[in-house]
Design a protein around this ligand. Structure first.
Ligand code: MF3
Ligand code: CO
Length: 249
């Protein structure tokens, strides 16, 4: 299952590099007063410029080009002409692109204006939990080792890790086996072989991990209405660690 050749890894890396570039360039234009539709339009412009396509549009019927999730929205927010970014919001941008048949998938959460200390801490802890998850990867490690690394870090700050969505294998398809949960026990789960490509994507809630889906059928929100943050990178498992494929370097 899912071990990639070096040629395939190079293609995912090329897709991942463009994906992260588009993500960062899109994040750079976030401003209070913009609609999430305008943000997605800018991302679309960048995709066209780079000659790549959205990996999300039409996936299981998803109607947007990217996902934009604000404050208590956890993931899968659909860009909308009536949704306006305000100062003090935290905004999660999740972008997947397909280039040359292979996918790159990455996400970040940004602050718009002054979001206050607690929301900023949520962003920082989520970002650092992804780094810690990535640092725990090596050929032969188990998905539970990654989940435990993320969960135990996040819970030290009194935040909770989302249970209902997980990271995943990446390749020609957006979601391939294995599932990579952001919680778990060391030594448990699926053992990752060298050259497997996975996306690790902690979703961290300020309050409880319970979720709800909005009537649009996509937008995932926290049940308690408290904010949530999300960071994601696509990586390839290596003998003594891993390499981040969604990197602009
Ligand atoms: N990056 C997210 C994921 O990997 C979003 C994809 S869902 C989609 O699950 F439907 F929007 F494509
Ligand atoms: Co993903």
């Amino acid at each position: 299952m899912g071990i990639k050749t070096l040629e395939e890894i190079e293609k995912i890396k090329a897709a991942g590099k463009i994906c992260k570039k588009i993500l960062l360039e899109t994040a750079a234009i976030l401003k209070a007063g913009m609609t999430t539709f305008e943000i997605a339009e800018f991302a679309e412009f960048l995709m066209e410029k780079e000659g790549v396509k959205s990996a999300f549009y039409g996936y299981r019927g998803y109607p947007g080009l990217i996902c934009i999730s604000i404050n208590e929205e956890v993931v899968h927010g659909i860009p909308s002409k009536t949704k306006i970014i305000r100062s003090g919001d935290i905004v999660s941008l999740d972008i997947g692109i397909i280039k040359d048949g292979y996918i790159g998938d990455c996400a970040i959460t940004c602050s718009v204006g002054n979001v206050g200390a607690e929301k900023q801490r949520l962003i920082n802890v989520t970002r650092d939990s992804l780094k810690i998850g990535i640092s725990s990867v090596y050929a032969g490690c188990k998905t539970g080792d990654i989940g435990w690394a993320i969960q135990s870090y996040v819970e030290k700050f009194g935040f909770s890790v989302v249970r209902d969505f997980a990271g995943h294998g990446v390749g020609r398809n957006l979601h391939e086996p294995p599932e990579v949960p952001n919680f778990g026990y060391p030594g448990k789960g699926y053992q990752l072989p060298e050259n497997m490509v996975i996306a690790i994507e902690p979703m961290v809630n300020m309050g409880s991990f319970d979720l709800r889906i909005l009537p649009d059928g996509w937008t995932v929100v926290t049940a308690d209405g408290l904010p949530s943050a999300h960071f994601e990178d696509t990586i390839v498992v290596k003998k003594n660690g891993c390499e981040i494929l969604t990197s602009t370097e």
